[in-house]
Unconditional design. Structure first.
Length: 147
């Protein structure tokens, strides 16, 4: 058996990409007078990078990490996961999954059709979190997991 058959290379978001997103997102947050938390996870949902702006709500740290985890685990936005659950009584049981967040602010990070991880933003309203997360993703010029 060849070595290539035994191992699979895993692509993941880089620390440099996470920092680029944090900078873009924090810039918009400051313009809007928001103090937010940013989290990036790898495709397996493990925390890759984290930043909490001064004054961000304490509980937003865990929420941002869980939004990023949700986006990576499901390969779609946390908002889309919420809509999926709300539209199907059988799937409503997913709401009890630890770490699952079913409202806006979590985005999968996709490059060339590959899931690279997830981004979570928390601390504002879910609409503000989504807008800042989208700006952060656009700083990478990638297609985000918006569906």
């Amino acid at each position: 058996m060849e070595e290539t058959e035994l191992f699979v290379a895993q692509r993941a978001v880089s620390l440099s990409a996470a920092r680029t997103m944090f900078q873009a997102g924090a810039s918009l947050a400051r313009e809007r007078g928001l103090a937010l938390v940013f989290a990036v996870v790898d495709p397996a949902g493990h925390l890759k990078a984290f930043e909490r702006m001064d004054g961000a709500p304490l509980n937003s740290a865990e929420i941002a990490i869980n939004k990023a985890w949700t986006a990576a685990a499901f390969g779609m936005t946390s908002q889309a996961v919420g809509e999926l659950i709300a539209g199907d009584p059988q799937l409503a049981q997913l709401a009890h999954t630890p770490r699952l967040v079913a409202f806006g602010g979590g985005y999968s990070i996709v490059s060339e059709g590959h899931l690279m991880g997830g981004l979570g933003v928390s601390g504002g309203s879910y609409v503000e979190d989504m807008e800042v997360a989208e700006t952060a993703l656009c700083s990478l010029k990638l297609r985000s997991g918006r569906d």
